[in-house]
Structures are given as C-alpha cells and as structure tokens.
Design a protein around this ligand. Structure first.
Ligand SMILES: [Zn+2]
Length: 181
C-alpha cells in the first residue's frame, strides 16, 4: 500500500488515545517498518536484500512497540496499539503491495516466507487500494466532525483546526443548502 494509506490506517488505530503525542507515535509506526528500505540510498542490492526483512517481522515489531511505549503517556495502550498498527502495516503490505512483497514474519528464528495469493493480494494501483483509501478518508472526515481533529494534527494543530472548521462549514452548507440564500 502507499505510505499515505498506511499512515491513515495507523492514525485511525491511534484514535482511542487521549494524548496527541501518543497518537503521533502510533501514526509514526506506519512508516517505521519501511525504514528497512533505506538501503536504496546505498545500492539496489542492499535494498532488495533488506527491504521487507529487517523491519517486517514479529521481533522487530515487538521491540519497536516496547521502545515507543517508553516515550508515551499511556504506555500500555501505546504498546498495544503500536503492535496492532505495525501488524496492520504488514497486513497492508501482504494484501495491497503487489507481487513479490511477501515477508519473513519469524525472522531471525525462521526463514518462512509469507505471501498472500489472489483474491487476498492485489497491485499497488488497484481499485481495492483506492476503495480502502477512500473509506479511510471518510473516517478522517467523520473524526473531524465528531472529535474535531484530523490526521493533519500530526503536522500542525493550527492547520488541523482550519481543516476541521472547513469540514464543518462544508457539511453545514450541504445539509441546509437553502439557508445560504
Ligand atoms: Zn512495508
């Protein structure tokens, strides 16, 4: 899946958390596994050898969740939601990243290679990814109305509040079109 889709999934998972910093931590987990692809900066060989390996296994996910929880307010919940979010990343990769992007979930203990087959496996630019992303955007808009926050809170509270106001204004206008005169 695209990084943006991964990010919205993780932000959605972070919603039970009260603290913005904790929600940012969980949203950040959406990109952490793919840091194992930074080898591309050195060589393609390095990239193909380590991408979808070092950061895409149970041990890495558990350790990452543990470390992240140490920097959070609600440690237990952040640990749990981080585990869920990182697993959502792996699931997203297995489902919607195209052929050849399986993972070795049990590394370094076991080399078992996991890869889904159709219909539980589709290309990056597929309609399935589009539908999932569209549904996630609807959820973000809903949170904007209900909780007065959107995924933009990750970058800027000011920008986030501007978007929240814009969503609310837009919804009010479409709900009462005749009142606009
Ligand atoms: Zn990944």
């Amino acid at each position: 899946m695209l990084p943006t889709t991964h990010a919205i999934i993780s932000w959605s998972i972070s919603q039970p958390l009260q603290n913005r910093k904790d929600r940012i931590i969980i949203t950040a987990t959406s990109i952490i596994p793919d840091l194992d692809g930074l080898g591309v900066l050195f060589s393609i060989d390095f990239y193909s050898k380590y991408h979808h390996t070092i950061g895409h296994n149970l041990l890495f996910i558990t350790l990452t969740s543990l470390v992240l929880s140490l920097f959070s307010k609600e440690r237990k919940r952040v640990f749990l939601l981080s585990l869920i979010s990182l697993h959502a990343h792996l699931l997203g990769d297995l489902l919607g990243s195209g052929t050849g992007w399986g993972i070795k979930y049990f590394l370094p203990f076991n080399e078992y290679y996991l890869e889904f087959a159709p219909p539980f496996h589709w290309e990056l630019d597929s309609w399935q990814n589009l539908v999932i992303t569209a549904l996630l955007i609807i959820y973000v808009l809903r949170q904007g109305v209900k909780k007065e926050r959107t995924i933009m809170e990750i970058f800027s509270l000011r920008l986030d509040q501007k978007i929240v106001q814009a969503i609310k204004k837009r919804l009010k206008c479409s709900a009462y079109p005749t009142m606009k005169g």
